[in-house]
Design a protein around this ligand. Sequence first.
Ligand code: NCD
Ligand code: ZN
Length: 347
Amino acid sequence: MPLPATITIRRPDDWHVHLRDGPLLAACAVHTARQFGRAIIMPNLVPPVTKVAEASAYRERIRAAVPKDLRFEPLMTCYLTDGADPAELTRGKTEGVWVAAKLYPAHATTNSAHGVTSMDRVAKGLEAMEKAGMPLLVHGEVTDPDVDIFDREAVFLEKVLAPLLKRHQGLKIVLEHITTREGVAFVEAHPGRLGGTITPHHLSYNRNAIFKGGIRPHFYCLPIAKREEHRLALRRAATSDSAQFFLGTDTAPHTTDTKECACGCAGVFNAPVAMQVYAQVFAEEGKLDRLEAFASLNGPAFYGLPPNEERVTLRAAALDAPDHIEVPALAKTITVFRPDTPVDWSF
Ligand code: NCD
Ligand code: ZN
């Protein structure tokens, strides 16, 4: 079938975004707001966002960083720490500040030093979330250094997530940025309870890309990209008719110098090219007709929110995006993600 010249869908939302703060927020917010109507904002600032008042203030800084002509709604999340206060979780939800809470196993990824060291230590908080109908967003990797980095997601499912689902029967959970076929299967095995987000980069390359011709830090993200069979499982899940899978870019800006060094940070900055890369993947799979469900319908349905009314159009045309953006206040740049394979969509 010939590809259409354009595709028009409801404005998409991004269910997993790092917008940072200060100069990085000022440089990055516009790129997410140009593409998406709403975004789930990750709370892994330094220090992390754990209080309702901190989240309200951060939400205002985000709104102020978005150009006035763009309509964009930041959806705030609470960073769970050991001993997370159930009252603070409930209050923030009631007051319309928290949309969800985020579980980072301690030291799993960037800015997760304050994360959770054992599920027992957040049990009371999770019970409060169950009662309040507040989803739990999970960075699904174990942190045991004896577990190989490529196995950390699969081990997390059995060791942590399965018992968590049993213990908190009323909790809805998003397994974020899934990277394995085990992750896909686990989500599919728990309809009604689990959703899974999938990034554009995990759909477009496998782990070989990180080492092609030398070590390439702009392909390094956590959870790390896995083997080709896993990428194919993610592509099947994203383009399937399952409403359990939805869009979450995990756009995670780090300045170029902190990526291109002896111990480069994990995170891929994909906000300027996210919808173009997703459209490319859906076109390659012959499933462009399913892009709207993945990008604009399944996420809101999971969170119990209405889909956006506004429509956006993607055009079949060579990708038009900068290779980096400037962070003027730091006199630095952020490198924009670009897959090795062609992207023939423009937004
Ligand atoms: C994220 C970041 O930089 O904050 N990094 C990443 O590699 N994805 C944290 C995260 O989502 O794991
Ligand atoms: Zn993330």
